[in-house]
Design a protein around this ligand. Sequence first.
Ligand code: NAD
Ligand code: MG
Length: 307
Amino acid sequence: MALENHVLNPAEDPEEASDPRTMYPSGEFEPQTQDYPGWTEAMIPRPDHGEQSYVGHHRMMGFRTLITGGDSGIGRAVAIAFAREGADVAFTYLPEEEQDAELTVQLIEAAGSRALALPGDLRDEEFCQEVIAQTIEEFDGLNVLVNNAGFQMTTSQGIEDLSSEQFDRTFKSNVYALFWLTKAALPHLQPGSSIINTSSIQGYHPSPSLIDYAATKAAINSMTFSLAESLGSKGIRVNAVAPGPIWTPLQPPTQPEEKIVKFGQDTPLGRAGQPAELAATYVLLATEESSYISGSVIGVTGGKHLA
Ligand code: NAD
Ligand code: MG
């Protein structure tokens, strides 16, 4: 597979490329849908994960990292950045995402780092424990845990068509997995380690069509704060990144087509963000450049405010 065929590149014109409104396409997206969980290959246009643009500066040499949901979207962009900064990268994905996972492995290895791909369902506590055990065994330790995997599904009638099954799925995927993974990782985390959770602007401004999802993101914020308080004395920092609308395979299978067409246009910058635009924030939070940042949620929202 030719990597260059897989990316949406930032604008080439220097003026457009330096303007945050125009560095990526800002018009309407083509109507499109996909079955859940969604695949990168089927997206029009394909997202930019920094394949052509992310330049590492040896900031994570010798780091051993684990990213949940690293096959695609934000997780893939973080995997590329961590690998190009010198880190080994383990990542989880759902078994049906094998195609995306294979390309992420190629991208990590192309950076000269070790890749460990771990298929399975994070709603299972045993799988979460396995993931940590296998990462520790393969890499002989763990410095950075990125709890990034997440599930959402729009309900058009709000709570009226929100099933107990979906409510349970969303909380298991987004909150329980974070709890299980963090608990299993903790005995292995040395001072200087970092935990980074992926929250959402939904944790602050919940949409009526994403009641369950938004509640999990508020819970993730709360756990970020309480874990930062409790793990500070061990020298472990805990932070979260709260993205706004980002062009990833999570969106077409879980939002109505009319929302996909206008996705991101209601932000002050007037467009959806690309996964590549998130990576630097995760690198910052993973490294000692952020040595005094803990218990923070950093928004990457295209101008919409948190709080
Ligand atoms: P994505 O679909 O590329 O990544 C999400 C990943 O989560 C999937 O690839 C899948 O591997 C994983 N996952 C979901 N349920 C799982 C389960 N039960 N077991 C194992 N893995 C599971 O989409 P993304 O947008 O990059 O999502 C990454 C994170 O960013 C999620 O937490 C999401 O909530 C958050 N986020 C995304 C946006 C956005 O607009 N795309 C906005 C705010 C927050
Ligand atoms: Mg995926």
